[in-house]
Design a protein around this ligand. Structure first.
Ligand code: PDD
Length: 289
């Protein structure tokens, strides 16, 4: 069965789906995106992702192509036409089609929207089997990383460096020597003192929906953490490191730049949070302490 994509009002086989060469997303990366995970036919943290999409659009002054309810209907339609139950949904919204000019189109054009989806491997069963490694690279990005922009070139280059090193993720180190985030993930650390930390929200990082969701579940379960940036040295002396994202869930990192994290095994806090999030993804009630 060929995959079906939504492109500006039409549902088309993906091989026939295309955008205009004057689409500002293509010409200028003038757009934003979202990635939603679907498990057992249910969108995970749907409200957080839709809110973030609306926020990203607002920050770059794109009028949404439709309201939230209508957008959710389109997303649902794409998943149904693709018979998707477990996988990822990608949404891209750009400033639309207009003669190439860096400034916004003088006469406003409607925003363009593309929605695609794809199946993914089953949800990981054990933290141990899901563990991976990371490398560290300089953070070469712009000053508004809180906007989920489709302009991903520094992230692309960082992820490619990880791929070439045989690692899962590239952890970005900012100009001040602090960990920003991963190329497509939020970074969490259990520091040398045993304190669970993730960087505070600011323009320097994407406000991860998985981060927000996990923090909520941790609050329910009585698990404490601090929102405070980690230095590169603290990353290297951490007892545990893990990543979160819509596509990585809670992903243990047991090696960074070839050196083991802590004792090189998945730590107890990471395992607990992996299980807490797996429970949430299952749609079950939160595990309480
Ligand atoms: N990436 N930081 C960056 C730079 C990201 O691109 C992402 C998500 C995250 C985690 O956000 P969330 O928990 O909302 O997925 C953090 C998505 C998955 C992607 O680009 O494919």
């Amino acid at each position: 069965m060929s995959r079906i994509a939504y492109v500006n009002g039409q549902y088309l086989p993906q091989s026939e789906a295309s955008v205009n060469v004057e689409d500002r997303g293509y010409q200028l990366a003038d757009g934003v995106y979202e990635v939603l995970y679907m498990k057992d036919g249910r969108f995970l943290d749907e409200d957080l992702h839709m809110k973030r999409l609306e926020r990203s659009l607002g920050e770059i002054r794109i009028t949404p192509p439709m309201g939230r309810a209508a957008m959710l209907r389109v997303i649902r339609e794409v998943t149904e036409r693709n018979r998707l139950r477990d996988g990822l949904i990608y949404m891209q919204v750009t400033r639309g089609v207009a003669r190439r000019d860096h400034a916004f189109p003088a006469r406003p054009v409607p925003a363009a929207m593309v929605i695609t989806c794809r199946r993914t491997p089953p949800y990981p069963k054990s933290a141990e089997a899901f563990a991976g490694s990371a490398i560290s690279v300089p953070d070469l990005r712009w000053a508004r990383c809180d906007i989920k922009s489709t302009a991903l070139l520094p992230n692309v280059l960082a992820k490619q460096a990880a791929r070439e090193a045989g690692a899962y993720e590239a952890i970005l180190i900012d100009r001040d020597g602090a960990v920003s985030e991963g190329s497509s993930t939020t970074v969490w650390v259990v520091d040398a003192n045993g304190v669970l930390r993730t960087r505070e929200l600011s323009h320097a990082i994407l406000p991860g929906c998985t981060r927000a969701s996990l923090l909520e579940q941790m609050a329910d379960a009585g698990i404490a953490s601090e929102e405070r940036a980690v230095t590169e040295a603290e990353l290297r002396s951490a007892q545990e490191v893990f990543l979160t994202s819509a596509t990585s869930f809670v992903k243990p990192i047991t090696k960074i730049d070839g050196a083991p994290v802590g004792d090189g095994k998945v730590g107890p806090i990471t395992r607990r949070l992996f299980e807490l999030f797996a429970q949430h993804a299952k749609g079950g009630s939160n595990i309480r302490a």
